[in-house]
Design a protein around this ligand. Structure first.
Ligand SMILES: Cc1ncc(COP(=O)(O)O)c(C=O)c1O
Length: 379
């Protein structure tokens, strides 16, 4: 029997990225400089925002965003219970309190009714996550939480959209990831987007130790005696120009990658629709899904085997799968810190236990997709 080896995700990098990194390596300008600036400008244009600030990861993007909106000890920040752990960790970096809200297993995103119950007069920010590339219902969140800053965790949502607007332009600040499991990558890396001038200036300084001028201004300016002033305690979250050069090349491919992902997501929807125990991810035509991952849901009351056995069977056939992500409230650190029980967030727990990402990425062939479909049908 044929056995393929299909990864859950593989970045598309090659000769163009290789060529692009020559310039910073040859000129010796390696830290944030002209390539990062170019990447930021292109990213801001693509996501229809005034400003983009490149950083080292989505996690550090979230940290800067929360510092910038002023999160301090005693402040509450609402985070979906089903997300990558660092969405919550970033709140703790600021000394804030994480308040989990449940998710809707049909979308994997914030359940706005549950969110409404979690808002108090100490709520100082909400972080809707656009999980797996599907934007959260930001309009509904704004309706029930007017005036509360919205920080989009758009780690999975480069190029995704919502009601005709790009992810990263929907709230006050957007935070993106370029980890290799995302649609475009710089190895590690992240981007912050905003339309607010004040937040832009503040986060630009916070990224660079709190310095009042950038590295480029310092080294290329006419006054060699100038050292920056430091009016803030900042961080070193600068992206390198080597990553910036890769980012410029990757960003130019983003729309092609998303188009291809949409095409194969539609193929999965159609082909997998008649498997009664497998729910394909929600996608309606207006969603502008970014398809960072294709995450299904195993209905164990009708499936022939539990989810984990199905994942093992697929692995035996060379097909990688993963749980979508984890329920953060079920992780030991958070369970113990806040005394939370697994069942406190039933939607997140169900997603934790029954979600199953199947391979979808830009290095798969038609035969790979057919192979995955056939393997699932034969279970
Ligand atoms: C929803 C979400 N938020 C945050 C992150 C963190 O991204 P990074 O690895 O760039 O810090 C991830 C990464 O997987 C993520 O999926």
């Amino acid at each position: 029997m044929e056995k393929r080896n299909i990864q859950i995700s593989l970045p598309v990098t090659g000769v163009e990225e290789w060529e692009a990194v020559k310039e910073p390596l040859m000129t010796g300008w390696l830290t944030s400089g002209p390539k990062v600036r170019e990447f930021e400008e292109l990213f801001a244009e693509r996501h229809k925002v005034k400003h983009a600030i490149a950083v080292t990861s989505a996690t550090t993007a979230l940290h800067l965003a929360l510092v910038a909106v002023g999160i301090q000890p005693g402040d509450e920040v609402i985070v979906p219970a089903f997300t990558w752990v660092s969405t919550a960790n970033a709140v703790l970096y600021c000394g804030g309190t994480v308040v989990f809200a449940d998710v809707d297993p049909k979308t994997f995103n914030l359940d706005v009714h549950d969110l409404e119950r979690r808002i108090t007069n100490r709520t100082k920010a909400i972080i809707p996550v656009h999980l797996f590339g599907l934007c959260a219902d930001v309009d509904a969140i704004k309706r029930i939480a007017p005036g509360i800053p919205i920080i989009e965790d758009a780690a999975c949502a480069s190029g995704a959209g919502y009601k005709g607007k790009p992810a990263g332009s929907l709230g006050d600040i957007g935070c993106f990831s370029f980890h290799p499991r995302k649609s475009i990558t710089t190895g590690e890396g992240g981007m912050i987007t905003t339309n607010h001038e004040g937040l832009f200036e503040l986060m630009s300084m916070l990224r660079n130790h709190g310095a009042s001028i950038s590295e480029e201004q310092r080294h290329h300016g006419p006054q060699p005696y100038i050292l920056p002033d430091f009016n803030l305690m900042g961080f070193n979250y600068r992206m390198t120009d080597i990553q910036g050069a890769v980012g410029v090349v990757q960003l130019k491919k983003l729309d092609r990658f998303i188009d291809e992902r949409n095409q194969w997501a539609a193929y999965y929807h159609e082909q997998l629709a008649d498997i009664p125990w497998l729910r394909t991810p929600k996608c309606t035509p207006g969603d502008h899904h970014g398809w960072q991952s294709y995450v299904t849901f195993v209905n164990e009351s009708t499936s022939p085997f539990p989810r984990n056995s199905i994942m093992e069977k697929l692995q035996e056939r060379g097909i990688s799968t993963r749980p979508g992500t984890h329920a953060v409230h079920m992780l030991k650190y958070y369970r113990e810190k806040y005394g939370i029980k697994e069942d406190d967030f039933p939607g997140a727990k169900a997603c934790n236990d029954f979600s199953m990402a199947i391979p979808l990425h830009n290095r798969m062939t038609k035969e790979d997709y057919q192979y995955v479909v056939n393997a699932l049908k034969s279970i």
